[in-house]
Write a protein that binds this ligand. Sequence first.
Ligand SMILES: [Zn+2]
Length: 124
Amino acid sequence: MNNFQQAVKKKYKQLLNKVATSDFYKIDLTNRVNCYICPDGHITKTKDVDAGVTPMMHKCGICNKYARSSFFKDIAPEQEPVEEWYRPNLDETLKLSNNSGLLDHVLNGGLLCRKIKRDSEINE
Ligand SMILES: [Zn+2]
């Protein structure tokens, strides 16, 4: 590990400690869904699988325009979440080294987004 990676590792450890102890991260994740609405009215529904910070703006899953957060109001109860927000592990975080904006986001408690695999896709 080089010095930069050592520094990231140290900050990551501090972050996990904060997540474990700070009230800010004591979030009930049971039904933590958010909806992002794009200018065309598409709704991209997401859920948080870790406690952390998610952005106000997110790319629309259908047209790629910027979509705005509903601030955890489930405005599309008929839709299933298609993406989930998660905290990357240390290895994944180290891979963000070439993207300082994203790295800072994660080290400040930010979550990353990934597509949710449907059960049907997993079984196929
Ligand atoms: Zn859209």
